[in-house]
Design a protein around this ligand. Structure first.
Ligand SMILES: *Cc1c(COP(=O)(O)O)cnc(C)c1O
Length: 363
């Protein structure tokens, strides 16, 4: 008989990434240069121009294994965030860390809790570990923190929260996070995914890093994939108390983060001027898209990320297809139980204008 996987893998639906530009170009015979991709919440400005030099210097050392301890990067992060290096775990993207956490803490006897419409990787990592999950109904597409806290039972090991959440853009504030953490037993790990933190400030937006030293069961993930513009290199990190970082360090691959990514992340962190520019551009782009989409009669969920969930009031499959035929890639989110929505990443001014123009044509 043919080899079969563990039972939980058999029915697992693979993660559906945004369609790469090269793939759409092949599919519809389009010029790749005429395609815009607003589908994966990448930074439309690219990354800091200083990174190229750092990577070039690394190229001479490609035959060597990377620093498995990411020593230099941890030093930089510890200084930048005023934390101890022992609190930091570097991952091959923050996705690596989410996966590791599921492997370390979950098994067939336990469960993880997350919100409906939350980042799908929480569900994928949980199912892959063999554990059960509780998906808690959202409130206006936002996490219902009270209902999540109330769902904790004796088998719960992890709660995954995304702030802001992808794909909805919803968020919660610092006082809401503190009230939530005060209700959660220390035997349950709260994984607070802050992939879009840098974009999301203001309005007393919650800052998980300010709370890790107070709550021994809090772990915060951040990434270089979004505002820092390094999605292609795969590098992110977690901040927790040292004992949890130690567990992650035991279970991770010895060389989980490549040398180019480590070198680039150090420079990226130093170039906060680039980050500030990207945040400013995002605010402008959000304005532009909000106005334009509203003019088209579309409803946009409030967002604090570099993307927005747009309600078309009808199944979007056909609209998505027409956008693709016109060289525009966005993200359908039927897999998030939102079949009437498209998630649109905020692009450059020109990209946003093109999207609005094509949408106007289609609708
Ligand atoms: C993009 C994203 C991440 C980042 O993933 P990486 O593996 O760091 O590229 C994590 N969480 C959420 C909610 C995201 O949208």
């Amino acid at each position: 008989m043919r080899i079969s996987p563990n039972p939980q893998i058999a029915n697992l639906a693979p993660y559906q990434p945004g369609k790469p530009i090269s793939e759409l170009a092949r599919e519809f015979n389009l010029n790749p240069n005429a395609i815009i991709k607003l589908a994966s919440n990448e930074n439309p400005l690219g990354c800091s121009p200083k990174i190229k030099q750092a990577i070039t210097a690394e190229l001479a050392k490609l035959a060597r294994y990377p620093d498995g301890a990411s020593f230099m990067l941890k030093q930089k992060l510890a200084k930048f965030y005023q934390l101890q290096t022992e609190q930091i775990t570097i991952g091959n993207g923050s996705n690596d860390i989410l996966d590791l956490l599921a492997r370390i803490f979950l098994n067939e006897q336990s469960n993880a809790i997350f919100s409906a419409h939350a980042f799908i990787v929480y569900k994928l990592a949980t199912i892959t570990s063999g554990a059960k999950f509780k998906e808690i109904a959202a409130q206006n597409y936002a996490h219902d923190l009270n209902a999540i806290a109330n769902a904790v039972d004796a088998q719960t090991k992890i709660i995954f929260l995304a702030n802001p959440n992808n794909p909805t853009g919803s968020w919660f504030k610092q006082d809401e996070l503190i009230a939530f953490l005060n209700k959660i037993p220390v035997s349950v790990l709260v994984v607070l995914d802050e992939a879009y933190y840098e974009y999301a400030q203001g309005d007393d937006f919650a800052n998980g890093l300010s709370l890790v030293n107070k709550y021994p069961n809090l772990l915060v993930t951040r990434t270089f994939s979004k505002v820092y513009g390094l999605a292609g290199l795969r590098i992110g990190f977690a901040i927790s108390q040292p004992d949890i970082a130690d567990m992650l360090n035991r279970a991770r691959q010895p060389f989980n983060v490549n040398s180019l990514a480590q070198a680039a992340a150090i420079i990226a962190l130093e170039d906060q001027e680039f980050v500030a520019g990207a945040i400013k551009a995002n605010i402008k782009g959000m304005h532009q898209l909000n106005l334009g989409l509203e003019k088209l009669g579309l409803k946009v969920l409030p967002t604090k990320g570099n993307f927005m969930a747009v309600d078309f009031g009808q199944d979007v499959s056909n609209i998505d297809l027409k956008l693709q035929q016109n060289g525009v890639i966005v993200r359908p989110i039927a897999g998030y139980d939102m079949p009437n929505f498209l998630r649109i990443s905020i692009g450059t001014e020109a990209e946003n204008a093109r999207l609005l123009q094509v949408l106007a044509q289609i609708l």
